[in-house]
Design a protein around this ligand. Sequence first.
Ligand SMILES: Nc1ncnc2c1ncn2[C@@H]1O[C@H](COP(=O)(O)OP(=O)(O)OP(=O)(O)O)[C@@H](O)[C@H]1O
Ligand SMILES: O=P(O)(O)OC[C@H]1O[C@H](OP(=O)(O)OP(=O)(O)O)[C@H](O)[C@@H]1O
Ligand SMILES: [Mg+2]
Length: 283
Amino acid sequence: MLRIAIQAKGRLNEKTMALLADAGISASVGSRSLIAHAKGFPVDLLLLRDDDIPQAVAMGTADIGIVGLNEVEEKGVEVERVLDLGFGGCRLSLAVPREADYKDLGWFDGKRIATSYPEILSRFLKANSINAKIHTITGSVEIAPAVGMADAIFDIVSSGGTLIQNGLVEVKSVLDSQAVLIASPGLSAEKREELDKLCFRFRSIIESRGMKYVLMNIPKQSLDEALKVLPGMKSPTILHLADPDWLSLHAVIPESQLWERIERLKAIGAEDILVLVLENIVK
Ligand SMILES: Nc1ncnc2c1ncn2[C@@H]1O[C@H](COP(=O)(O)OP(=O)(O)OP(=O)(O)O)[C@@H](O)[C@H]1O
Ligand SMILES: O=P(O)(O)OC[C@H]1O[C@H](OP(=O)(O)OP(=O)(O)O)[C@H](O)[C@@H]1O
Ligand SMILES: [Mg+2]
């Protein structure tokens, strides 16, 4: 039985539960539960604050965990980074007040920087020979310069909206983060086997995200042109129709290219185009 640590509540919780559900793992988690037995896979869910997940996995309290890379890097513990999960995307950046006379990293020399990520910041400052004072606070970091607590900040940025609201400008992105699956270094062979199965499910879900399954009818004489437009997994599927002048084409297309491809296919005579949601790609 694998034990997986996930965030009890917060930004990663919903998407983590959705990923588990897509992988056929369901659990009824009460608002005060700390541990839940899952159905559909031999796994227990351990519900923790995200700060505690890297340590829990490093110690073996949990075998695996889902947490932001930012927390893994901050805690500096020894865990295996198994899989990038493609959600919870953000970055850790240095930002300064809009009116600051900032030219380069040298600006930070002698300055006070507020952050909830002192370890990552300290490593970065050292690597760049910057002598700044780190002021550690646990939240509302962006307000620190305005209230005179610091000259600059080092914090999570996603849309950049919070920085703008607080009159700050991002000057250096230090770490790109997303939710990652981590594993304890000393997993037994049995647990490793379970983890491999789980990873197989996660990978097929991640790969299918943003992909569409497209079916259409195409005049036979347009086939060569259509094949130039359609990617497909290996190549598109071609099926014969009862009408000998027409073919049916099936292909997998990234959502970002969908409408541009459909316009090109319509221009060469494609009709009856169906776009279906792709649940999983199993390779
Ligand atoms: N604005 C954002 N956009 C995208 N991802 C984010 C954003 N803010 C944080 N994250 C990611 O989500 C993780 C969890 O964020 P959250 O705000 O829920 O943390 P928290 O308040 O420390 O939660 P906890 O109560 O578990 O300690 C962060 O560590 C980061 O990886
Ligand atoms: O670039 P943005 O899209 O504005 O996101 C960045 C903000 O999001 C997070 O805070 P959150 O909203 O989770 O609140 P918190 O400060 O209470 O953690 C993070 O700490 C930043 O403040
Ligand atoms: Mg936290």
